[in-house]
Design a protein. Structure first.
Length: 268
């Protein structure tokens, strides 16, 4: 059983929901990322989504776009991100780490080489935003022998038939995008999310995480009532951005925000 499956099984047995924060590796400086990852876990994160900086992040709003820009100023590459995961694993062998990013850096490295190096570093799952499942067979074939879970996005506009196809290709969990738009978008309608999750769960036994539009403890708690995992990105990255001039303060601030979300979720 993979680290991701193990973590969700542990949470399910305790009647708890997963909290999955997202940060961009190398933002705002490379040497703060691993400390921030540990602070997220200490604050109550159950899995971590680690963004691979990319120059043209088409699905991301301004907050996460700027995070990639700050990291790229330090020339943070996919290999650097893998090195950060390897460093994190020196003292945390349990928390699953999912790389989230775009296909180009993976294609440049090569699917097989990427899969082997990612697994060796301690990565558990891979979400490539611009890789449709219909074209993912090659990447999946490289990931699965190394125990890496391919994670896919589901949108509010995804048809039931396509949901079925995507869920058949996925493992670990599936990521439901709760709003139509880019990361950081608002207008979160929990009742609509609940209806969509009912349709998704009729087609898969995988846990369903919900992200986009979750800004604070109140919205995280609402989503925790209907989802298996709450995924928070822009709201956390915005706090990192505010401290970019004093990066040494970022781990504590990130951990405190995650603790606030965790506390709100656990009251549900």
């Amino acid at each position: 059983m993979s680290r991701i499956a193990t973590r969700f099984a542990e949470l399910r047995s305790k009647g708890r929901k997963a909290l999955i924060p997202f940060i961009t590796a190398g933002d705002p400086v490379p040497d703060i990322t691993v400390a921030t990852m540990h602070a997220l876990v200490q604050g109550g994160a159950n899995l971590i989504e680690l963004g691979v900086p990319f120059s043209d992040p088409m699905a991301d709003g301004p907050v996460i776009q700027h995070a990639s820009e700050r990291a790229l100023k330090h020339n943070v590459s996919l290999r650097d991100v893998l090195a950060m995961v390897r460093k994190f694993r020196e003292t945390d062998a349990a928390t699953p780490v999912v790389l989230m990013g775009y296909l180009n850096p993976v294609e440049v490295m090569g699917y097989e080489k990427f899969a082997g190096e990612a697994a060796a570093a301690g990565v558990d799952g891979v979400l490539t935003v611009d890789m449709p499942p219909e074209e993912s067979a090659g990447l999946e074939a490289a990931l699965r022998p190394h125990g890496l879970d391919p994670i896919f996005l589901l949108a509010p506009t995804t048809s039931p038939d396509r949901v079925s196809r995507i869920c058949q290709a996925a493992s670990g969990f599936v990521y439901y995008v709760s709003v139509k738009g880019i990361t950081g978008a608002g207008h979160l309608d929990v009742s609509d999310v609940a209806k969509r999750l009912e349709m998704i769960r009729a087609r898969t036994d995988l846990p369903v995480g919900v992200g986009f539009g979750i800004q604070d403890g109140a919205s995280a708690a609402k989503i925790a009532q209907v989802a298996d995992a709450v995924i928070v990105g822009s709201a956390l990255v915005r706090r990192i951005e505010a401290l970019q001039a004093t990066p040494e303060k970022i781990p504590a601030a990130a951990g405190a925000f995650v603790a606030e979300l965790r506390q709100a979720m656990d009251k549900v």
